[in-house]
Design a protein around this ligand. Structure first.
Ligand code: NAG
Ligand code: NAG
Ligand code: NAG
Ligand code: NAG
Ligand code: NAG
Ligand code: NAG
Ligand code: NAG
Ligand code: NAG
Ligand code: NAG
Length: 479
């Protein structure tokens, strides 16, 4: 009780990305309604505290081979390890929402344990085993196959009877776009959301970031509702997007009614919700990804750190290309009006859109007349060996996250218009207290008063590590 009052007081004066009054209501709910089941609360249409005492949230990263950081730099479990663990943990079901599949690189190809394809094959084989030998229910929703992404892996899974696969044709559903979500849900109890595609490169050749939740039923069940939207739409080739989603798809968890989650035995709650795009896929109560993103930006008081592969204020869809300054405006406004430091870490590789640098320089142009600052760096993943140079569409920082002084945002979308209007993605937003920031020195495990780190803390340490690494270089205005 004492602690909760303290937390409440602290929050009232601290920067926060949810309205303070909502916090008050939540705290009352935490005090008075700890044992009321989710179902009862759902029927009454109120937000609920989450009773997942065992919930563990864990960041995961893929590190491209041969990338080197100082010894003291923060390090998290690999995407490979995380996926492997999730498959092993499964007792009933594995649901995977994915863009395309290329884990296996050709049927019958047997690579050695040292080859870069090995980890992808291992995941593929574990999924086959899960479906066939372990008799788990494996379901895959994917973007419809095309010449560039033939999705041979999922055809094989389906032919073997290891998985049920549904494909979504966005040209039919929305005119343009793809299913770009990367999300795993295990037994409606564990989950992973992040930047990594179902591609062997995503495990060893591309830099990725994701969030795993173990024993986090509240979050997993909400993400499962997003999966069920894809599952519904993929049921048959010409199933249109319904004008209103049936109530079974609705959520009571959103920005104004977030989950109050005590993960990793924390004494202070994190406020959590899951957003999705595109808006036509949003069931009742679901925040759109762009609203979540903008809200996190505008809630920042000190800094906004963004790591994303592609950033351009342009929307390109079936109607052509148009200027789309939605995120640009929010970043400028934060730096201009609120003395916020905006740092943008974008990716330089062989496929960087040449227009990107012009847009980035336009953001930099206002430095000097704003209260805050906008700083931008490229992150480049070198190819260290001839073999690495030869791998197409690899060696890139593929991250899609943001961390501010009060929030962590982990998404699956690049920051360009169509990702928020016609392409499907999800994001997880965690609002949590700011503790000692990572200083870039030996202090790699910042801790709060109760000796725990938060995902926000850890994400900040990831950002600072990359921003100050030798792979980052400033974007500047020439002349
Ligand atoms: C994928 O399958 C198609 C036919 O369905 C085949 O032509 C192609 O060679 C396969 N690709 C790989 C890499 O196995
Ligand atoms: C997707 O839908 C479009 C428009 O309905 C259609 O022309 C196209 O053939 C479909 N693609 C696939 C792979 O089914
Ligand atoms: C998840 O919960 C189960 C059952 O309560 C427990 O045995 C397991 O250790 C938990 N896993 C983690 C990673 O906390
Ligand atoms: C958020 O959820 C509450 C119910 O929990 C609902 O009343 C509200 O309309 C939802 N917000 C949005 C934007 O859908
Ligand atoms: C703006 O923020 C910086 C650090 O983020 C701080 O040093 C400075 O005093 C602030 N300026 C104003 C006018 O608030
Ligand atoms: C990028 O492309 C150039 C020219 O095609 C090639 O020489 C280089 O190796 C490529 N870099 C990577 C990392 O693939
Ligand atoms: C880390 O600690 C070691 C020994 O305590 C010290 O020599 C080194 O300079 C520190 N590194 C940084 C970046 O502060
Ligand atoms: C908190 O962290 C400090 C330093 O890492 C450690 O010495 C101490 O035992 C921890 N306390 C608890 C209660 O875990
Ligand atoms: C939560 O606990 C797990 C171990 O169970 C640990 O790997 C992870 O880093 C912790 N998460 C945070 C945010 O401290």
């Amino acid at each position: 009780m004492q602690r909760l009052n303290e937390a409440k007081k602290k929050r009232a004066i601290e920067p926060w990305c949810f309205p303070v009054s909502i916090m008050g209501i939540l705290i009352l709910l935490i005090i008075f309604l700890p044992f009321i089941s989710t179902d009862k609360l759902d029927q009454r249409g109120r937000s609920q505290p989450c009773n997942d005492q065992e919930c563990r949230l864990i960041l995961s990263e893929s590190m491209p081979r041969h990338l080197k950081y100082p010894k003291e730099a923060p390090l998290f479990p690999s995407t490979f390890r995380t996926w492997e663990d999730l498959i092993h943990m499964a007792q009933h079901s594995i649901d995977i929402a994915s863009f395309y599949w290329d884990l296996h690189r050709g049927e019958g190809l047997v690579s050695s344990h040292r080859s870069p394809q090995h980890q992808g094959e291992r995941i593929f084989n574990l999924l086959v085993k899960a479906g066939l030998k372990r008799k788990l229910k494996v379901r895959v929703a994917q973007s419809a196959a095309n010449a560039r992404f033939p999705d041979n892996d999922t055809s094989v899974l389906q032919k073997l009877g290891a998985a049920e696969v549904r494909s979504l044709n966005f040209t039919y559903l929305l005119g343009s776009g793809v299913l770009h979500t990367k999300m795993w849900i295990i037994d409606n109890r564990h989950f992973w959301v992040g930047s990594a595609n179902m591609d062997w490169r995503s495990l060893t050749e591309v830099k990725e970031l994701g969030l795993a939740g173990i024993n986090c039923s509240c979050m997993a069940q909400d993400l499962a509702k997003v999966f069920s939207v894809y599952w519904y739409l993929g049921e048959e080739p010409q199933k249109p997007v319904p004008p209103h989603w049936p109530t079974a798809y609705s959520t009571h968890i959103n920005r104004t009614n977030p989950l109050s989650l005590f993960y990793n035995n924390s004494k202070t709650p994190s406020l959590v919700y899951m957003a999705s795009s595109p808006p036509p896929f949003s069931s009742n109560g679901r925040n759109s990804d762009i609203d979540a993103l903008l809200n996190v930006v505008s809630g920042a008081r000190i800094f906004v750190y963004i790591a994303v592969m592609d950033y351009t204020p342009v929307l390109q869809d079936q109607y052509g290309k148009k200027y789309w300054p939605v995120i640009d405006d929010a970043l400028r406004a934060s730096a201009y009006s609120r003395n916020v430091t905006v740092r943008l870490l974008v990716s330089k590789w062989n496929h960087t859109n040449p227009a990107m640098v012009y847009h980035l320089r336009s953001l930099l142009a206002l430095n000097g007349i704003m209260r805050g600052r906008i700083e931008i760096r490229w992150f480049e993943v070198p190819a260290f060996t001839p073999e690495e140079k030869d791998i197409p569409f690899a060696r890139v920082n593929h991250n899609k996250y943001m961390v501010t002084d009060s929030c962590a945002y982990i998404g699956t979308s690049n920051w360009e218009g169509s990702y928020f209007t016609t392409t499907a993605g999800v994001s997880v937003v965690l609002s949590e207290p700011h503790s000692a920031p990572y200083s870039g020195s030996n202090d790699s495990s910042p801790s709060t008063n109760d000796n725990t780190t938060t995902i926000r803390d850890q994400l900040e340490s990831v950002f600072v590590r990359d921003w100050s690494s030798k792979y980052a270089s400033s974007v500047t205005i020439p002349g």
